[in-house]
Design a binder for this molecule. Structure first.
Ligand code: KG4
Ligand code: ZN
Length: 333
């Protein structure tokens, strides 16, 4: 079965073609980062309008480059939520209209389920069950994953997500949007200084996170004498230590020995180093998506859709989007 995946929940238009027998056939991405950069963050209306311009040309590109035509597609998966309502509506309405004209099924995918399953697109994917660390711009969650749609929330952020903390820190340090890669690049020039930032909830006895205090500490530090690169370094070390420690605790608590990491912050080099070291020390396996599939992309949506579509028939093409949608509401297909 060949599934076309369409991602348009935020500031990236992602299109991919996934074959349940042969794997990923092709994918393409258009990032709106440059368009939003001058505003310091995503402007929802501009995002929707740009998705409208990109979805069909990118779909044509992926089909052409992979040597396929629309007639080869057996189903369409699209991001139904959570995300920006207008942006979601673009991918959703195009997907449903295409599926209607081709008389094939379409399925709305949970964006975070897409992220969560992205490591399974790689060779030798980890088997269920495993612990998943989902670290994106909007979420920081630890989950016990027993199968597709079987997600038990173990821990969540009480305030800012890790990616959000990176983005806000970047702003405080005068770096461009999106902040994660920028802070991480600046941190590479920094070094351990006398500045000690807090490790929020490190020893809270549960698997929850809190990052807003860290942002306040960065604000205070940025008004002092510490060099910007040393603040970036200290900030990244604090986030990485908290994430690594909580992952280790989650594995201990569940008795599992496999961890997957996904979402934009999963691209962070220092986080990967730290988790790889913990994996050796505490004897667990850790798997990541390839770097380009940590952030938003169509491949993860095509894949998550394919996993669910096995159970779906062609038919009704009425649709809604779900700008707010709790991952824990999902059930197995
Ligand atoms: O998963 P994602 O593309 O979007 C959401 O669904 O939220 O994640 C985007 C987030 C942003 O906050 C961005 O700053 C962060 O991931 N990010 C990073 C890195 N690359 C992206 N954070 C830290 N280090 C990175 N290398
Ligand atoms: Zn995302």
């Amino acid at each position: 079965m060949i599934v076309l995946g369409i991602e348009s929940s935020c500031d990236e238009t992602g299109i991919a073609l996934y074959d349940t027998t042969c794997g990923l056939l092709g994918h393409a991405l258009h990032s709106q980062i440059r368009m939003h950069a001058e505003y310091g963050g995503v402007v929802p209306e501009l995002a929707s309008r740009d998705h409208i311009r990109r979805v069909l040309p990118l779909t044509e590109q992926v089909l052409r480059e992979s040597g396929h035509t629309l007639e080869d597609i057996d189903a369409i998966a699209y991001t139904q939520g959570p995300g920006l309502a207008g942006a979601l509506l673009v991918g959703t309405s195009i997907a449903e209209a295409l599926a209607f004209t081709l008389d094939i099924p379409a399925i709305g995918v949970h964006h975070l389920e897409g992220h969560l399953l992205a490591p399974l697109l790689e060779d030798n994917p980890p088997a269920f069950p495993f612990v998943a660390l989902l670290v994106s711009g909007g979420h920081t969650q630890l989950m016990r994953v027993s199968g597709i749609g079987e997600y038990e929330l173990l821990g969540d952020t009480l305030d800012d997500a890790a990616g959000e903390a990176f983005d806000k820190t970047a702003k405080l340090l005068g770096l461009e949007y999106p902040g994660g890669p920028a802070v991480s690049r600046l941190a590479e020039q920094g070094r351990a200084s006398t500045l000690k930032l807090p490790r929020p909830m490190l020893n809270s006895g549960n698997l929850d996170f809190s990052f807003s205090g860290l942002k306040t500490a960065v604000l205070t530090a940025s008004q002092g004498k510490t060099a910007r690169e040393d603040i970036a370094y200290a900030f990244q070390e604090a986030v990485v230590e908290v994430l690594t420690t909580k992952c280790t605790h989650a594995l201990e608590q569940t008795g599992l020995d496999r961890l997957i990491v996904s979402g934009g912050v999963g691209a962070n080099k220092r986080l990967r180093e730290s988790l790889n070291r913990a994996a050796i020390k505490h004897r667990f396996e850790v798997a990541y998506p390839r770097l380009e599939f940590c952030t938003d992309n169509g491949a993860m949506i095509a894949f998550a859709g394919a996993m669910r579509l096995k159970h779906l028939q062609a038919g009704n093409h009425a649709f809604t989007v779900r700008p707010r949608w709790d991952l824990a509401e999902l059930t197995a297909p």
